[in-house]
Ligand binder design. Structure first.
Ligand SMILES: *[C@@H]1O[C@H](CO)[C@@H](O)[C@H](O)[C@H]1NC(C)=O
Ligand SMILES: *[C@@H]1O[C@H](CO)[C@@H](O)[C@H](O)[C@H]1NC(C)=O
Ligand SMILES: *[C@@H]1O[C@H](CO)[C@@H](O)[C@H](O)[C@H]1NC(C)=O
Ligand SMILES: *[C@@H]1O[C@H](CO)[C@@H](O)[C@H](O)[C@H]1NC(C)=O
Ligand SMILES: *[C@@H]1O[C@H](CO)[C@@H](O)[C@H](O)[C@H]1NC(C)=O
Ligand SMILES: *[C@@H]1O[C@H](CO)[C@@H](O)[C@H](O)[C@H]1NC(C)=O
Ligand SMILES: *[C@@H]1O[C@H](CO)[C@@H](O)[C@H](O)[C@H]1NC(C)=O
Ligand SMILES: *[C@@H]1O[C@H](CO)[C@@H](O)[C@H](O)[C@H]1NC(C)=O
Ligand SMILES: CC(=O)N[C@H]1CO[C@H](CO)[C@@H](O)[C@@H]1O
Ligand SMILES: [Ca+2]
Ligand SMILES: [Ca+2]
Length: 588
């Protein structure tokens, strides 16, 4: 055994010993930082520009860390900041170990981490494991079959058509961004797989060299002081093993769409949600835990992007013998409402889907949006933005906010000419709005001034949303009441309330319109969230929801148009709610 390996082994053994002692010597389950955290997603290109080129950057983010601190954020995760040709705006990485020059330098990144530490904010990076950019030196070496890189990507000769003799892709598999998932490479004379754009070749996780390389990426950034990773696009990580002849099966037609270029045209049985993907996440968790045992400090976390069904997503948490991701993202509040529309019954279904499937002892989390989905205020309706922010803050576990949700930002209107997202660009002027993700990526709205205070230059990389004069941080901080102030009050309550951090949870759609969440903890005040998702005023009796709810409740926080008064006590048996009104009350 090498000395370094031996040392690691000893440290691991010591680490284990301490962990056990700690647990047996205390009867209280002390929650780790991430279990009650407020996570905030920054889309760096659109957050804050520091040098006037119209593109957000690291120094811009550093200059706004105090804003996040003021919101009460625990940890910010940055969408990719690594070297990239920007075909998919950073999700096509050409150097996993360096910073995209237009975003700054490694020194700028270190300054960001240093400032964040001073403010006690944690920084999490985006880890994009499924693919690299085709401009990565790894890919170029693989094209040339350089030693060690021959099988870094998923290469295949393709098939020969028996009638025409023409070359055809190995399978009918489709990419996410429309069209075939296979691309012929002239130099190597083989096809390569790309589940995303042509410029995003899939790495081959059946090659141990790739697995090691990607673990190196994780260790590299942990050593730079990050507090963990949000892992991108997990479902397509592994594809099924080919058969003995090296051939893969075709997917079958679903009937979900007529559009043969749309990924939904075919099943994804062989190209998503493979068991090996779960195991890879467990291996990454080990990398993080080993780093902590060796270097000490706080836990680093793994957050996982997966739109997979519950049977698959829940496995990411770990199994009886192995730990997995701390938090597989819960997108149910997005996906269920996308399919069924927003009402209380559907919210209950979304909450059930997570809490009733989650293994015991795990931590829930709630996500409203990200840079792939229309903005929360546009999707749920502007009148419901406070209610939705309220939900993620009163439900148990971690909350996740996409930049702008706290001020109620809405989608931008981006013309076909201004469209830059590959998903949009791979379609056409008639249908691009179905696919483009540009509307939810417009620059952050800091002020009502020129370019919304995002940049002091004359242009922005995407046009601004037109409502920035009324929806911006500066205005919402000075207004008596605003989405931002409500958001801050919710976070402050989460941080001060033991009940919200650790209480038990009871929830119910008491009618099709009214959703109630109650959090209770012995010897602490009970917290009750009540939301009217309907468009008519109603009076509810909360003692029907919980026999114990007979004493008056004090109002803590209310949605922006509510005419009730904070600090006033209300009778839970005759609680009136205006359309879209959302309230947080307490027994205190
Ligand atoms: C949190 O809840 C658990 C289980 O309900 C309990 O054992 C523990 O004492 C609570 N911890 C705190 C800090 O309230
Ligand atoms: C924008 O701000 C940067 C950094 O403060 C400065 O260097 C640049 O000159 C400014 N540009 C304009 C157009 O004011
Ligand atoms: C990457 O892919 C694009 C689109 O196929 C192609 O134009 C470009 O030359 C490729 N670059 C490399 C380095 O292979
Ligand atoms: C072979 O090519 C013909 C003509 O393009 C096509 O109709 C047929 O489906 C192809 N066969 C296979 C097995 O792909
Ligand atoms: C848990 O996962 C590990 C790693 O994938 C696997 O080796 C083990 O068999 C699993 N254990 C159980 C109880 O499922
Ligand atoms: C661990 O996290 C806590 C809470 O954010 C922080 O106050 C503390 O400084 C961190 N410790 C280290 C060693 O980073
Ligand atoms: C809620 O939406 C579902 C459709 O998903 C519908 O069946 C139900 O009637 C709706 N409830 C109300 C009160 O609108
Ligand atoms: C109602 O109160 C009783 C007595 O305090 C308690 O045992 C019970 O758990 C409470 N029920 C709920 C749903 O909180
Ligand atoms: C929400 C999210 O991060 N989506 C990304 C998933 O991965 C693809 C490819 O890396 C990106 O295009 C998406 O933006
Ligand atoms: Ca810039
Ligand atoms: Ca893959």
């Amino acid at each position: 055994m090498e000395l370094a390996t031996l040392l690691t082994f000893l440290l691991l053994a010591i680490g284990h010993g301490e962990g056990c002692q700690l647990q047996s010597s205390t009867s209280e389950t002390v929650k780790d930082w991430w279990q009650t955290a407020q996570f905030y997603q920054i889309y760096p290109r659109s957050f804050k520009d520091s040098d006037g080129d119209g593109i957000g950057d690291l120094n811009g983010i550093t200059s706004k860390l105090e804003y996040l601190k003021d919101l009460g954020i625990t940890a910010a995760w940055l969408s990719p900041i690594f070297t990239s040709p920007m075909v998919d705006f950073g999700y096509d990485i050409s150097d996993f170990f360096d910073i995209q020059p237009e975003y700054g330098t490694l020194d700028d990144f270190r300054a960001l981490i240093k400032r964040a530490k001073e403010l006690d904010l944690k920084i999490i990076l985006d880890f994009v494991p499924n693919h690299s950019s085709n401009e990565s030196s790894w890919f170029v070496k693989s094209v040339n079959r350089e030693k060690g890189y021959e099988d870094y990507y998923v290469w295949h000769d393709g098939k020969v058509n028996a009638t025409t003799g023409a070359r055809e892709p190995p399978t009918n598999w489709l990419q996410y961004f429309r069209g075939s998932a296979w691309q012929w490479n002239k130099e190597r004379q083989q096809y390569y797989l790309h589940q995303f754009a042509v410029q995003q070749p899939d790495l081959n996780y059946r090659n141990p060299l790739v697995v090691d390389q990607m673990k190196r990426v994780l260790r590299y950034w942990l050593n730079e002081g990050v507090s963990g990773f949000r892992c991108d696009a997990l479902p397509p990580l592994f594809e099924v093993l080919p058969d003995a002849e090296g051939q893969w099966p075709d997917e079958v037609v679903t009937g979900a769409t007529e559009d043969a270029d749309d990924r939904a045209y075919l099943t994804t049985t062989y190209i998503e949600n493979q068991p090996e993907t779960i195991d890879m996440v467990y291996q990454w968790r080990t990398v993080l835990d080993d780093h902590k045992r060796i270097h000490g400090g706080n836990s680093s976390v793994l957050l996982i992007e997966t739109y997979s069904p519950a049977w698959f997503s829940m496995q990411f948490y770990g199994n009886r013998s192995t730990e997995g991701a701390h938090l597989p993202f819960n997108f149910n509040l997005i996906t269920v409402m996308e399919q069924k529309g927003l009402n209380a019954s559907n919210v209950q279904e979304a909450v059930d889907l997570w809490l009733k499937n989650m293994p015991a002892g795990r931590t829930a989390n709630w996500v409203l949006g990200n840079h792939d989905k229309r903005r929360a205020a546009s999707r749920y309706g502007k009148e419901h933005i406070d209610a939705m922010n309220m939900l993620v803050m009163v439900l148990p576990g971690a909350s996740v906010t996409y930049q702008g949700e706290e001020i109620g930002m809405t989608d931008g209107e981006i013309s076909w000419e201004d469209t830059v997202d590959p998903w949009g660009c791979n379609s056409n002027a008639d249908i691009y709005e179905q696919y483009t993700r540009d509307p939810e990526r417009t620059p952050f709205q800091w002020t009502a001034g020129t370019n919304a205070g995002f940049t002091n230059g004359s242009t922005t990389w995407l046009p601004l949303a037109t409502d920035y004069e009324t929806i911006n941080v500066e205005k919402e901080l000075s207004d008596d009441r605003s989405h931002l102030k409500i958001y801050k009050a919710l976070v402050a309550l989460r941080k001060s309330s033991k009940t919200l951090q650790n209480g038990s949870t009871k929830y119910e759609a008491i009618t099709g319109d009214i959703f109630v969440v109650q959090r209770s903890l012995a010897n602490s005040a009970t917290i009750v969230g009540v939301i009217n998702f309907g468009s008519v005023a109603v009076t509810v009796d909360l003692s029907q929801f919980d026999k114990n709810r007979t004493e008056s409740l004090q109002l803590l926080i209310r949605s922006i148009d509510s005419t009730k008064v904070e600090g006033t006590r209300y009778d839970p048996k005759t609680l009136s709610l205006d359309p879209a009104e959302a309230l947080v009350l307490t027994t205190e």
